[in-house]
Design a protein around this ligand. Structure first.
Ligand code: HEC
Ligand code: HEC
Ligand code: HEC
Ligand code: HEC
Length: 140
């Protein structure tokens, strides 16, 4: 009967390893390839061209510099969790503290680029045409 105990232990360990492996594998990772940001669900009449975004070029930034999910005013989103589209929460018009989608992107993207430029660090663009190719630079 000693053997049965060992077999059961081995089975339990085996299952635990499998579960841990599956969970690690299922954790959401940043895409390696460039993504195209185009929220057709919210911007039904788009004025500007879609924006190409590279996670690779932003790997120095923490994920939660851009990804969040608030509970009682605190960001509870953690790396590895599922990522919702910005347009799942930010819409055409502001709703309370949830800024409108265009502002959400511009404050996030240009906000950081401007801040880093001020600190004289290498950073991304603030000119319209650098993110929306073909757009005239109405203002910097
Ligand atoms: C750092 C990148 C970046 C820069 C610089 C930038 N934008 Fe955007 N903009 C975005 C992103 C990302 C979106 C979201 C696009 C989407 O989801 O379809 C967006 C959305 C928009 C939208 C709403 C969607 C649409 O096509 O109608 C407008 C209008 C717009 N930008 C205008 C501008 C103008 C004007 C400038 C220059 C003052 C500018 N943007 C500079 C990244 C940028
Ligand atoms: C500088 C901003 C920024 C940083 C930093 C960032 N992301 Fe993203 N990520 C985005 C944007 C913008 C999108 C597109 C959102 C949308 O389409 O609404 C996105 C999309 C994603 C997606 C969905 C991809 C798809 O194809 O639908 C995943 C997964 C993701 N990010 C994971 C991560 C992880 C993990 C990290 C940290 C290692 C990270 N991101 C860091 C801005 C960022
Ligand atoms: C699950 C819903 C949800 C998603 C998804 C989401 N947001 Fe937000 N966002 C919020 C809420 C709620 C607030 C208001 C937070 C507060 O001040 O209490 C907010 C605030 C913001 C703000 C202003 C405050 C700040 O943090 O500077 C910006 C900018 C912003 N979001 C950009 C984005 C971008 C860009 C994405 C996609 C990469 C995104 N959000 C995805 C819910 C969301
Ligand atoms: C936390 C700061 C930060 C945020 C937020 C951020 N960026 Fe950047 N971005 C950078 C830095 C730093 C670089 C320079 C990276 C390099 O060239 O090594 C950069 C470079 C870029 C570039 C030029 C490099 C390339 O991919 O061709 C583009 C375009 C760009 N960012 C778009 C965006 C967009 C769109 C968003 C919002 C969805 C965004 N960035 C949000 C810091 C940021």
């Amino acid at each position: 009967m000693k053997h049965t105990g060992r077999v059961i232990t081995a089975l339990i360990v085996g299952v635990a390893v499998l579960v841990a492996f599956t969970m690690a594998y299922a954790a959401t990772k940043a895409p390696d390839k460039d993504i195209v940001i185009e929220s057709k669900d919210v911007f039904t009449a788009k004025k500007k061209t879609p924006v190409t975004f590279s996670h690779e070029k932003h790997k120095e930034a923490k994920c939660d510099a851009c990804h969040h999910e608030y509970k009682d005013g605190k960001n509870v989103w953690q790396e590895g969790q599922e990522v919702k589209k910005c347009s799942a929460c930010h819409k055409l018009k502001a709703e309370g503290k949830v800024v409108k989608l265009e502002k959400a992107y511009h404050d996030n993207c240009m906000g950081c680029h401007k801040e880093m430029k001020k600190e004289k660090k290498k950073t991304g663009p603030v000119a319209c045409g650098k993110c929306h190719p073909g757009a005239k630079d109405e203002k910097e």
